[in-house]
Design a protein around this ligand. Structure first.
Ligand code: F0G
Length: 367
């Protein structure tokens, strides 16, 4: 029988803080593809899968948390929501606020968010303010607005966001039949690594739901591998970075809000959080589009860059099941696809309106 995916809240209601009576704000998020990455599997000798989160309604994993945060905002009687963002959270907040009939204000670092994300927030009618500062400054202001003004904060410091985002781990286990051996993902504000770890732990043990105890779904939890951009790698430094810098603007964050839970995810799982350079990120971005057929934004490629780097260093195991979350769609920030390895821009060849010349240009000989 045909089944229409109902969004993460209804699909996983018994594992989320909602009831039958909850007015759910959804755009049908979640249910994203888990794609077998053939070339990465060949390279590493493991079975590597990509959790393609760009397939969410606003093109990033943020929608999983935003359905919960906006549902909570409506439940709390909020009239307006606010968030700080490197772009994807603002796109998601703007769309879900529209669905909820709420006003939305977003604070972004001036000049440091991609055109696609900026367009989304504007298209959905958010009030967008470009702050003369970085993401960490934006988040400070957003938190203060949430505390002292009549606006509801929908950043991942709101626990509802983490609740929604943990469903990514549930879907991986539901697809594979068990947890993977290693789960790899980019780390910025560190909400997502915290959320996946929470989801994996909840699925590996009996769960007390409102309707009774649910049995464990998986037999184990994965090792968590997080990767930060080298210029914005506070977990690697062991302290906040005041001037984070990377071309991967999505993860250009120096003072992650979910610090403690990310460290717990790393340490409890026996995992790691390491850094990859911008060049490694761009190489992985190119690998995904040219070898796997998956188009992501640069920040989303950090996990793949990390796995390739660990493999090259002889530090990635073979014979394992590895899942990498690729967090946002390539169309968010498409300019990088047009840049070649030597840094010049691709110029598509111009041809006259003539089949013989086109065939010659394509190197085709007539049958
Ligand atoms: N990948 C993408 C595409 C992101 O947009 C983000 C975060 C991350 C990875 C990192 O996830 O913060 O949970 O560790 N973007 C936030 C935003 C900060 O405002 O859109 P994280």
């Amino acid at each position: 029988m045909a089944h229409q995916w109902r969004g993460v809240i209804r699909e996983y209601a018994d594992r989320l803080p909602v009831t039958e009576a909850t007015k759910v704000i959804t755009l049908g998020e979640g249910g994203t593809p888990l794609v077998h990455a053939q070339k990465l599997s060949e390279l590493t000798g493991s079975e590597v899968y990509l959790k393609v989160e760009g397939m969410n309604p606003t093109g990033s994993f943020k929608d999983r948390g935003m359905t919960m945060a906006m549902t909570a905002a409506v439940e709390a009687g909020a009239k307006a929501v606010v968030c700080a963002s490197t772009g994807n959270t603002s796109a998601s907040a703007a769309a879900y606020a529209t669905a909820a009939g709420l006003k939305c204000a977003v604070l972004v670092p001036e000049g440091k968010i991609s055109m696609g994300k900026l367009s989304q927030a504007i298209a959905h009618g958010a009030t967008l303010l470009q702050v003369d500062g970085n993401f960490d400054n934006c988040l400070d202001i957003a938190r203060k607005l949430g505390e002292s003004y009549p606006v509801f904060l929908v950043n991942s410091v709101n626990p509802a966001r983490i609740q929604g985002q943990k469903t990514g781990a549930f879907e991986v286990v539901d697809s594979l039949g068990d947890a993977p051996d290693i789960h790899v993902l980019p780390v910025g504000n560190a909400g997502n690594i915290s959320a996946y770890w929470k989801g994996y732990k909840e699925y590996a043990a009996p769960f007390e739901s409102a309707n009774g105890t649910l049995p464990a779904v998986s037999t184990k939890t994965p090792i968590m591998w997080g990767f930060q951009a080298a210029g914005a790698a506070p977990f690697v430094a062991g302290h906040p970075i005041t001037e984070p810098d990377t071309i991967a603007t999505a993860i250009r964050i120096g003072n992650p809000a979910s610090w403690d839970t990310a460290v717990a995810a790393r340490d409890e799982s026996g995992g790691l959080i390491e850094a990859v350079t911008d060049d490694e990120i761009l190489d992985a971005h190119r690998w995904l589009s040219s070898k796997e057929g998956v188009f992501v934004e640069p920040g989303s490629a950090a996990g793949v860059a990390g796995l390739i780097k660990k493999h090259a260093a002889g530090e990635a195991p073979s014979g394992k099941t590895i899942v990498i979350t690729v967090t946002g769609h390539g169309l968010k920030d498409p300019q990088w696809a047009l840049r070649t390895e030597d840094g010049s821009d691709v110029q598509p060849v111009k041809v006259p309106n003539d089949v013989v010349t086109v065939a010659a240009e394509l190197g085709l000989e007539e049958n």
